[in-house]
Design a protein around this ligand. Structure first.
Ligand code: ZN
Length: 226
């Protein structure tokens, strides 16, 4: 992930330091979250995954597979932990009053999600910008919002719009731009001969509806677009 702020905000970097500290804290929170799962849900998931393993013709008692239902159950809870997160709360927890009115861009945010049609991964990068209108948000919160929506059963189009709306509704900025580029395993793995195709979705509000502002944003993230 790279963060770009298009202009420096005069003197003093204390707020930047606070934001960096918060980013580190969030990373730690992220790692912690990886091991969290609900035992009751896990037992049920493991039971059903064992049935699925039988149905596809495998022997669930084969040594290498013995613990697979439990492992898949844990993995699936992690891959869908976005249902437990409230994106607007995440943003509200780090909003600061600030006069800065230039475009703030967070680009190359890693996205990992599951398509709701096949429950297969789609993954890629999100590029997000907003133009503050009295409030800025801790930069590390933007990738967390992406995760909160991505770690659910999704389609790329809705993921794009949900991220845009949560930022717009919470920060009330002059505009929000969201671009997501992703590769879908349900396309790559299922015999459609478009192995490396990337789908791009975008959604904009406010100032980004003007061609000039949108062009500046696209230019600033441009080196990453295929
Ligand atoms: Zn799919």
């Amino acid at each position: 992930m790279k963060t770009t702020i298009s202009k420096k905000n005069g003197n003093g970097s204390s707020k930047e330091e606070i934001l960096l500290d918060m980013a580190r804290q969030n990373e730690m929170d992220g790692y912690e979250k990886m091991d969290l799962y609900n035992q009751g849900t896990l037992d049920k998931l493991a039971f059903h995954y064992k049935e699925i393993i039988k149905l596809i013709g495998e022997n669930p008692n084969r040594e290498g597979i013995l613990k697979t239902p439990e492992r898949v159950g844990k993995a699936m809870q992690f891959l869908t932990h976005g249902y437990d997160l409230n994106p607007e709360e995440i943003l509200k927890s780090a909003m600061f009053k600030e006069d800065y009115k230039q475009m703030v861009i967070v680009k190359d945010i890693e996205v990992y999600s599951l398509c709701e049609h096949h429950m297969l991964p789609f993954f890629g990068k999100a590029h997000i910008a907003y133009i503050p209108n009295g409030y800025i948000v801790g930069l590390s919160k933007i990738p967390r919002v992406v995760d909160a929506f991505a770690r659910r059963l999704q389609i790329q189009e809705r993921l794009t719009t949900e991220i845009k709306e949560s930022i717009q509704n919470t920060l009330n900025p002059l505009g929000v731009a969201v671009v997501i580029e992703a590769q879908h395993m349900c396309m790559s793995m299922r015999g459609i001969q478009k192995q490396n195709s990337v789908s791009t979705t975008s959604d904009f509000t406010g100032a980004f509806l003007s061609e000039k502002t949108r062009a500046e944003f696209i230019h600033l993230i441009g080196s990453n677009l295929h």
